[in-house]
Ligand binder design. Sequence first.
Ligand code: SF4
Length: 74
Amino acid sequence: DAAKVDEKDPAATGLGYKHDATKVDAKKYPTYKAGSNCANCQFYQGKDAWGVCPLLGGKQVNGKGWCSAWAKKA
Ligand code: SF4
């Protein structure tokens, strides 16, 4: 399995990624909408609690996480 991304990884901090979407800095990231998370993002490649995200170096992100590249799954 791919490694889990570290929140302090530059790729993660650059996108404001948090393992827990409720911890996102909504002032810094005004595009954040409650209810959006990795599990309902089009980039999320997983069906479980953790899934690979190509935007974070192919590492695993938490389904309940969020970053500023979030885009609604079609
Ligand atoms: Fe999560 Fe989507 Fe950001 Fe990847 S791009 S970390 S799946 S919100």
